[in-house]
Design a binder for this molecule. Structure first.
Ligand code: GDP
Length: 343
């Protein structure tokens, strides 16, 4: 089945291909061990055909204008001959079952366009699990020939780090007046940004210009200590998503970033590093899950946690004894699926 699906994703005509993408992503989102095995097979078949897109991460607080902007950008890119996939990571749907990104139809024109593919956030599981599913959905879209993949998230929780960790470029959207630049600096999100855009510049041009100057100087300080970006200095742009003003300048800046980072090998290096970091993150999640499911660990756990809580046993001793009792059997570690509900 995985083979037939992969064929359709890679070579199907428009409608069957779209169906095959949706089916593939649903298969990859499933936590059933047999689905997981088929999903692994599918991904392995698709992998040689992935990697040819530009992966753009976009984050910002609810209401900043992400969906308005992605709609304008997506339509602009399609006009330039691109195919655009939009995936979302909504941390609220994984924690509380609620959705900050909303169930209303977002991106009305883009969502019905034949050259766009939009997939809402997977729900359930931990942020790590949700991010894993999104990362895999991204690979499916790439194999199907979408050459710009946008991964969107909201500026709450840890999801920005996850998105910055799976994309080539991370863009932070800000409002001109909200002081959320301070919030972003405090949370360490600002230093993840390769580009900051100030949206709704049409509402108050002066405020937007002030915010642009403030954030520009904040970024200079932050990036002195931050990630090595070579010749790229993070920039700040103003735009109006609603009026589609500044979208072309935004894309020109993205292309300039891509050129510079490709020329000195930083882009492929970033992807290699991301893939390895991802592997280790998933190994840790899988081990933790297997550890908690291990019968000997389960037997010992109540007694030892009680002893640590009561101050009778040092935490490090309890940890050593629990690790000593842990007898991983391959089937649990591999079959449990790292995307499962690890706690
Ligand atoms: P999201 O929650 O970040 O996806 O934000 P939305 O795209 O849903 O936008 C929230 C509200 O802001 C909507 O009412 C939009 O029409 C409005 N909006 C978005 N971009 C702009 C803009 O550039 N200028 C103005 N004036 N309003 C905007």
């Amino acid at each position: 089945m995985a083979h037939a699906l992969a064929e359709q994703v890679l070579h199907g005509a428009a409608v069957p291909q779209r169906r095959a993408i949706a089916k593939s992503i649903t298969l990859l989102e499933s936590t059933r061990p047999d689905h997981r095995a088929q999903g692994d097979q599918l991904l392995t078949q698709l992998l040689p055909h992935t990697g040819n897109s530009f992966r753009l991460g976009i984050s910002g607080v609810p209401g900043v204008g992400k969906s308005t902007f992605i709609e304008a950008l997506g339509l602009f890119l399609i006009g330039q001959g691109h195919r655009v996939a939009v995936l979302t990571i909504d941390p609220s749907s994984s924690v509380s079952g609620g959705s900050i990104l909303g169930d209303k139809t977002r991106m009305e024109q883009l969502s019905v366009h034949e050259k766009a593919y939009i997939r809402p956030s997977p729900s359930g599981g931990t942020l790590g699990g949700v991010a894993e599913k999104t990362r895999e959905a991204m690979l499916v879209c790439e194999a199907a020939g979408y050459d710009v993949v946008i991964v969107e998230t909201v500026g709450v929780g840890q999801s920005e780090t996850a998105v910055a960790g799976m994309t080539d470029m991370f863009v932070l959207m800000q409002l001109p007046n909200a002081g959320d630049d301070l919030q972003a600096i405090k949370k360490g999100v600002m230093e993840l940004a390769d580009l900051v855009v100030i949206n709704k510049a049409d509402l108050d041009a002066d405020a937007a210009t002030r915010a642009q100057a403030q954030i520009t100087s904040a970024l200079r300080l932050l990036t002195q200590q931050g990630r090595d970006r070579g010749r790229w200095q993070p920039q700040v742009l103003q735009l109006s998503a609603l009026k589609a003003v500044g979208v072309d300048a935004f894309w020109a800046t993205v292309c300039r970033f891509r050129e510079l980072q490709s020329a000195d090998g930083r882009l492929p290096a970033r992807r290699r590093q991301q893939a390895l970091a991802w592997m280790w993150e998933r190994i840790e999640a899988g081990l933790k899950q297997a550890f908690r499911q291990d019968p000997a660990v389960r037997d010992l756990l109540p007694e030892l946690t009680g002893a640590v809580e009561a101050g009778r046993l040092p935490a490090s001793t309890a940890a050593r004894r629990l690790l000593g009792a842990f007898r991983p059997d391959g089937a649990v570690a591999a079959g449990g699926g790292a995307a499962g509900p690890e706690t």
